[in-house]
Ligand binder design. Structure first.
Ligand SMILES: Nc1ncnc2c1ncn2[C@@H]1O[C@H](COP(=O)(O)OP(=O)(O)OP(=O)(O)O)[C@@H](O)[C@H]1O
Ligand SMILES: [Mg+2]
Length: 174
């Protein structure tokens, strides 16, 4: 007897990858990265809007690699949190100068050295809001400071099930 259509479709789909690394060395690599994040996050089950937010977060991390380190790489990984939720990890790695104060670097309008002088904003390449955007589009964002292999900035975001977005009273039927 012929296999049901759904199982034929399932078996012909390639398995979703668990990890993918994209080298970032020239502007054009950011375009490839954007496409890779879209496909990878869709494969994990992220909806369209979070996919777009993840693309922005990854682009900001990649543009920082180009701006501050010249080159590096971004690794996309499937992750699972302790409650079993599936998510994506976007890990940006480079061998450029260290970030001495990561908390300061996360603040909009700040560089790692402190608030950006409004007059300097006109001359500098950026308003200091890239990492802030990455933080807003992530559930978890951390920095692994420089060691011999360089440093990493790691963002994780998980897929929320519909029920977790409902108010408590409705979620538990009360
Ligand atoms: N990969 C990196 N290597 C070294 N320093 C970094 C790196 N990424 C960020 N920083 C530091 O963190 C600061 C904040 O980064 P952020 O991306 O928020 O702002 P920006 O790059 O200055 O401006 P924008 O992203 O708005 O164009 C930077 O000014 C820089 O000092
Ligand atoms: Mg930036």
């Amino acid at each position: 007897m012929a296999a049901p259509t759904s199982s034929i479709l399932k078996s012909s789909l390639p398995p979703a990858p668990l990890e993918r690394t994209i080298r970032i060395a020239v502007d054009a690599d950011v375009y490839g990265l954007r496409q890779a994040v879209r496909v990878f996050s869709a494969g994990l089950g992220f909806a369209r809007i979070p996919q777009g937010e993840l693309v922005i977060a990854a682009s900001e991390l990649a543009s920082n690699i180009l701006k501050y380190a010249g080159q590096g790489e971004i690794t996309l990984r499937r992750v699972v949190d302790p409650t079993g939720r599936i998510g994506i990890e976007i890990a940006a790695h480079d061998q450029g100068p260290p970030i001495l104060d990561f908390a300061a670097a996360l603040r909009d309008g700040w560089s790692e050295g402190g608030p950006i002088d409004p007059m300097a904003l006109l001359r500098r390449r950026g308003i200091g809001a890239g990492l802030g955007a990455v933080a807003r589009f992530s559930d978890r964002l951390y920095h692994e400071p420089n060691d011999r292999s360089g440093k990493s900035i790691v963002a994780q975001r998980f897929i929320y099930r519909r029920s977790s977005l409902l108010p408590k009273a409705r979620r538990y039927g009360g």
